[in-house]
Every structure is written in C-alpha cells, then in structure tokens.
Design a protein around this ligand. Structure first.
Ligand SMILES: [Zn+2]
Ligand SMILES: [Zn+2]
Length: 238
C-alpha cells in the first residue's frame, strides 16, 4: 500500500490517495479543494482512482468532489448517511466562511460502522466515530488509520461547530486509542503521526486538556468523582 497526500485549500486539508501497488487500484480520501492538484497527485502516482471515500462532509473535505467527478466520470462517492445534511448544506457554510466552493452532487454510496471497504487486494474497516461531525468515519487497515478530523498530531478536531457532539467525540477518541501504538494516523489536517505518539503526548488524550464542551476528559471512565479510574494503555473503552 502507498499513501500520498496533497494539502489543499484555505483550511489546509489533506487529501489522500490510497494506492494498492499490487493491483493498481486507487481511492481518493477527502478531496477537499483544488481538484487540479488532486488530479496531478493521482497522475504522478500513475493511478486512476475508482472511488472517493469521505471521512465526513465538512466543506474543507468535499470541495473538490465535483472536480474529481469531472476528471473520472462515474466515480462513486461514499459518505456515512449521518453526514448527508452537512454535505447538502456545505455551500451555505462556505458562504459564511467567505470561501469559494463548488457544491457537489449528492453522494452515491454510504457506509456503516463495521463495514469493510475493499480496494484491489486492500481492505479497510469502517469505524463510525461521531462527535466532530455526526457521520464521521475512520478507515482502519494495514497498520494505518485514515482518521479525518478526529485525531491530529498534538491536537484533536473541533467540537464547537454546528452538529458537533463533544460527549460522542470523547468516546470516538477512546475507540481510536484501542488501535496499536504503531498505527500510523493520516489526519485531515497537519502531519501524519502514530497512535502511540498521541497516546503519550497529545494533551487532549493524556487528560491535560479537556475537549471543549465534553462532560469528562478522554480516558476517564464515568464512575463518579471519587473514583476517576484512568484508562491504562491498551485498555478497551467502548
Ligand atoms: Zn471537519
Ligand atoms: Zn477538516
């Protein structure tokens, strides 16, 4: 597997190209803006993507969907159904931010928690990790997680936007922490990192900084104030 990235648009969003080097099958993840540069990334890799996987439908992750569709007509676009509302209203949100935006036609496909999406000889598990957005998913497989705007190097996604759910976000981060330390995180913004690095150094995961609006810190089981019960490495919290 090869993963390339290009950082696009005013929100500096990372669009990824996932390539199965055995079969040549390729997917685009979150084509957020600047379709010409996304197309160039694919062409440099000698790839002709057969699918677009969206981690969520914030405007900075979907702004090049229509441009990608023009280059590869008929390419399916897959989105969790809980993000259809964000997707449908992305142009309105872009107007509020004052950024240019091309509203994409509706997504064709949907995935659900537990689905497996295949790409040539590769397969990824779909995890529904809501909180930053209601239909946010992470794609997990081959020692990597395409994590969208959940977990960043040294930070986490925002929880103060419309349709955010800070309590659900804490649970989603805890779910991501069940992955092995060596798992490489390909984030929606900023550099790639690993679960281990974030587990030990990310202030939002060590409990040093509270998630905005959340009822409790990450890794603190809701047992009552006398017994905070910190979660240890490797514990599974769901
Ligand atoms: Zn987002
Ligand atoms: Zn984003």
């Amino acid at each position: 597997m090869k993963i390339s990235a290009v950082t696009v648009g005013p929100f500096e969003e990372n669009c990824y190209l996932v390539l199965d080097d055995r079969t040549g099958a390729a997917a685009l993840v979150d084509p957020g803006d600047d379709p010409a540069r996304i197309v160039a990334m694919a062409e440099r890799a000698g790839a002709s993507p057969s699918v677009v996987w969206l981690t969520h439908a914030h405007l900075d992750h979907i702004g090049a969907v229509q441009g990608v569709r023009r280059r590869w007509p008929g390419i399916p676009v897959v989105l969790h159904p809980a993000d259809r509302e964000l997707y449908a209203h992305a142009a309105m949100a872009a107007q509020q931010y004052g950024v240019p935006f091309e509203q994409p036609d509706p997504a064709d496909g949907s995935y659900a928690d537990g689905d497996v999406v295949r790409l040539g000889s590769l397969s990824f598990r779909v995890w529904h990790v809501p909180g930053h957005a209601p239909g946010h998913v992470a794609l997990v497989g081959h020692g990597a997680v395409l994590g969208g705007d959940c977990l960043f190097a040294g930070s986490v996604g925002r929880t103060d936007l419309p349709l955010c759910d800070p309590a659900a976000f804490v649970q989603s981060l805890e779910r991501l922490l069940t992955l092995d330390d060596a798992t490489v995180v390909f984030a929606g913004h900023g550099p790639q990192t690993t679960i281990g690095r974030e587990r030990s150094g990310n202030p939002f995961l060590t409990g040093a900084v509270r998630i905005s609006g959340a009822p409790r810190a990450v890794g603190v089981a809701p047992r009552g104030p006398e017994e905070p019960g910190n979660v240890r490495r490797g514990d599974r919290v769901e």
